[in-house]
Design a protein around this ligand. Structure first.
Ligand code: AHM
Ligand code: MG
Length: 336
C-alpha cells in the first residue's frame, strides 16, 4: 500500500513482506544505501567549493588530500556496506575486481551481493551538472558460509532482487524497485529524511524525447542513423525533442517522468557500446520494465543477457516501450 508523505524508513518496514526471502536483510541493505547516498549527496553538493579550497588531487587548507568525487563515493558506499556486514561481496565500476566481505566472524554468512556505479556521469562531476549512483542487488548463488565467487556477480539481470539509483539533481532522489513497481523518494536536506514523492512511477504511454550523443552520429550503425532520422521527421507527433545530459541516471529519470528513449549504441570506436551491463544497464533495465518501459541491446532484452565478465559493455536502448520497439524495428531491418 502506498501512502504519500511516507518516509523511506517507514516505507521499507511496511513493504518488507514484498521482498523475496524477507528476512530483514534486504531491508537493512537498502537502509545502508540510503545512508551512504546521504553522505555522498553532502559531498556532491559541496563540489563547487573545491575551486576555492583546492582542486582534486591537491592538498586542501586542512592539509588533507582532496579526493575525486567518484573515488569518494566509491569508498563511502563500500565502507557503509562493509561496516554494516550485510553483503558478502561488492563489485564496483571503480574497482577492477570484486570485493569479498567475510564479516567480523569470518563466516561469510551474508546472502546478497551489490553491484554499483558509485558516481555515474563522470564528465558532469566537475561542472555542476547532475550525476547519479546506480546499484543492483542479487542473492548469491554460491553456498552461504563460503567466500563469494565471480558467478555470484555474473548473473543475468532477470535475477536481480532489487535495483535503484540516486540522482543528485536540483533535488536529490532515490528511486528503486524490488520487483513490485518503482518508487521515488526525495531527500529533505534540512531533516536528512527521504520522503515518498513519486509513488508507483510509470513511463507515460507516449514519449517524445530522444536522448543520444548525436556527435557520434557518423559512427553509429545504419539502423540507429535511420531511427534518429525517424525521430527528426515531420510526421504525426514528430519531430521529437532531443535532450541529452550525458548522465545516464538524469537522462533516464527525465525520460521516465516525461516519456522518452535513451540510447547508447555501438560506435566504430566502441564496438560493444560504452555502458556496462552489470553496473548501469541491468539495474536501469529492471527499473524501466517495472515502470512499464523496455530495455534492449537493439535486438534482445537486456535482462536476459548472460554476463561473461564483470566490466562487460553492451549497446543500450531504454525507455518508453513503444519507442524502444520502434528503434528495434530499425535495427532489425539494418542489422549491420
Ligand atoms: P561513466 O560511467 O564514465 O560516467 O560513463 C557513463 C556515462 C553515462 O552516464 C552517460 O550517459 C554516458 O556515459 C555519456 O557518454 P558520452 O559522453 O560518450 O555521451
Ligand atoms: Mg558509469
Amino acid at each position: 500500500m502506498i501512502k504519500k508523505n511516507q518516509t523511506l524508513g517507514e516505507f521499507i518496514i511496511e513493504n518488507q513482506a514484498e521482498f523475496a526471502y524477507s528476512s530483514g536483510e534486504l531491508s537493512r541493505l537498502i537502509n545502508s544505501i540510503r545512508l551512504a547516498a546521504k553522505v555522498v549527496n553532502h559531498e556532491v553538493n559541496k563540489a563547487g567549493l573545491v575551486d576555492i579550497t583546492g582542486a582534486a588531487g591537491e592538498t586542501n587548507v586542512q592539509g588533507e588530500d582532496q579526493q575525486k568525487l567518484d573515488v569518494y563515493a566509491n569508498e563511502k558506499f563500500i565502507q557503509t556496506l562493509t561496516n554494516r556486514e550485510i553483503v558478502c561481496g561488492i563489485a564496483s565500476e571503480e574497482n577492477d575486481d570484486f570485493i569479498t566481505i567475510a564479516g567480523s566472524n569470518n563466516d561469510h554468512k551474508n546472502k546478497y551481493v551489490v553491484l554499483m556505479d558509485p558516481l555515474d556521469g563522470s564528465s558532469n562531476i566537475d561542472v555542476n551538472v547532475s550525476v547519479g549512483t546506480i546499484f543492483s542487488i542479487y542473492r548469491r548463488v554460491s553456498p552461504v558460509g563460503t567466500p563469494v565467487q565471480l558467478e555470484d556477480f555474473l548473473q543475468p539481470g532477470n535475477k536481480q532482487v532489487a535495483a535503484g539509483y540516486v540522482v543528485y539533481g536540483t533535488s536529490t532522489m532515490l528511486v528503486y524497485t524490488t520487483g513490485h513497481g518503482v518508487n521515488g523518494f526525495t531527500l529533505n536536506p534540512a531533516l536528512g529524511s527521504w520522503y515518498l514523492s513519486h509513488p508507483n512511477m510509470k513511463f507515460p504511454e507516449k514519449g517524445c524525447i530522444y536522448s543520444v550523443n548525436e556527435g557520434n552520429y557518423v559512427h553509429f550503425p545504419l539502423g540507429v542513423k535511420k531511427y534518429i532520422k525517424y525521430c527528426q521527421e515531420e510526421k504525426e507527433d514528430r519531430p521529437y525533442t532531443s535532450r541529452y545530459i550525458g548522465s545516464l541516471v538524469s537522462d533516464f529519470h527525465r525520460n521516465m517522468i516525461k516519456g522518452g528513449i535513451y540510447f547508447y549504441p555501438t560506435t566504430s570506436s566502441a564496438p560493444n557500446g560504452k555502458l556496462r551491463l552489470l553496473y548501469e544497464c541491468n539495474p536501469m533495465a529492471f527499473i524501466a520494465e517495472q515502470a512499464g518501459g523496455k530495455a534492449s541491446n537493439g535486438f534482445d532484452r537486456i535482462l536476459d543477457i548472460d554476463p561473461t565478465e564483470l566490466h562487460q559493455r553492451v549497446p543500450f536502448f531504454c525507455g518508453n516501450r513503444e519507442m524502444v520497439e520502434k528503434a528495434e524495428e530499425f535495427m532489425a531491418k539494418n542489422p549491420e
